[in-house]
Design a protein around this ligand. Structure first.
Ligand SMILES: C[S@@+](CC[C@H](N)C(=O)[O-])C[C@H]1O[C@@H](n2cnc3c(N)ncnc32)[C@H](O)[C@@H]1O
Length: 312
């Protein structure tokens, strides 16, 4: 017998243990084995429960794929805040955001602060499909008093919308929901965006861009994660007539943003977003939009690379 086998046996030999200690060890071992086997049974049971609720026309061999989990059997995936506060009038939206988000002080007052002004460029814009025809088409159609943009970056599309509404003579407040962090590694392509002690100057460069085109009266940042910001807008009764969703492009981010944004869409409004057809849709935007439309029974319209869904 090999040396390590002998050592293993020795653990249970009478030489090293008194009889009560050996009993305790055996008892613990059998408890542990029983626990392990019982948890593996419950996992199997769980799997078979999912298999036992296939959609009527789904072949059983696909029983463990997502498509077999009926929409009703997994309600948590489809459950987002159900009830928003009563909508506040459009004319109170700007004041509400300044009060609730910025403690009553206009964030553009005294902008830019001295310690960052040397890091900002007069104007630094970069967008993706940010000036497509869809923006003018929808603004003409909806005549929005409140636009909510979910995902703003340097403000290319927000500024385009501000210029369009001004040109069309519509008094519109545009709320830009973004954590203004970009994404991990984004500075590989945007090295010129300053950083102070690890704090990237995306929010300030966005504000500078807005100030540069004299749009500070119509464009406000809401500098938080999309999930928490959209929940709060719902809680405060801040609804959008036009909502653009263009933040995280993976399925789960897009799914959550679209569902939350739709909650705060004013009746008669329109929700839309980029990357239905571009390379980024592979990450999940199109799948999220399609699933959302299917669950809600809504129709998807297409405008260039943008998807568009009207409120019912
Ligand atoms: C594609 S860019 C938006 C581009 C902009 N709509 C345009 O056309 O100019 C995506 C933005 O979403 C923001 N973002 C991504 N996930 C987010 C999240 N969970 N919360 C807040 N912002 C997020 C990023 O910081 C980034 O600025």
């Amino acid at each position: 017998m090999k040396e390590h086998d002998q050592r293993g046996l020795a653990i249970f030999s009478g030489k090293n243990f008194t009889r009560p200690t050996a009993y305790v060890l055996l008892l613990s071992l059998s408890y542990a084995l029983g626990y392990l086997s019982s948890s593996s049974v419950s996992t199997k049971e769980q799997a078979s429960r999912i298999e036992e609720t296939p959609q009527s026309n789904t072949p059983r061999k696909n029983a463990t794929t997502d498509s077999t989990i009926s929409l009703q059997s997994e309600p948590d995936h489809f459950h987002f805040t159900t009830q928003c506060a009563d909508p506040i009038p459009s004319k109170l939206v700007r004041r509400t955001i300044i009060d609730r988000v910025f403690n009553g002080t206009n964030p553009y007052d005294g902008f830019p602060p001295a310690h960052v002004s040397h890091l900002l460029r007069r104007k630094r814009i970069k967008g993706w499909g940010s000036t497509g025809a869809v923006f003018e088409n929808l603004i003409r159609k909806v005549k929005p008093r409140t636009i909510i943009e979910v995902g703003t970056f340097l403000g290319a599309s927000a500024i385009h919308m501000a210029e369009l509404t001004k040109r069309l003579g519509i008094r519109t407040q545009i709320l830009c929901v973004d954590d203004f962090r970009g994404w991990p590694g984004f500075r590989d392509r945007f090295r010129d965006i300053g950083m102070v002690n690890g704090d990237v100057m995306l929010l300030y460069q966005f504000m500078q861009n807005v100030a540069h085109v004299n749009a500070t009266e119509s464009v406000l940042p809401v500098p938080f994660s999309t999930g928490s910001a959209l929940e709060k807008l719902c809680e405060w009764g801040v609804l959008g007539d036009l909502i653009e969703v263009d933040a995280g492009h993976d399925f789960h981010s897009a799914w959550s943003d679209i569902n939350r944004a739709y909650k705060i869409l004013r009746p008669g409004g329109v929700i839309f977003g980029h990357d239905y057809f571009t390379g980024a849709d592979n990450k999940g935007v199109r799948r999220a939009v399609n699933l959302f439309a299917r669950v809600k029974g809504l129709r998807i319209l297409l405008d260039g690379q943008h998807w568009v869904i009207d409120s019912p």
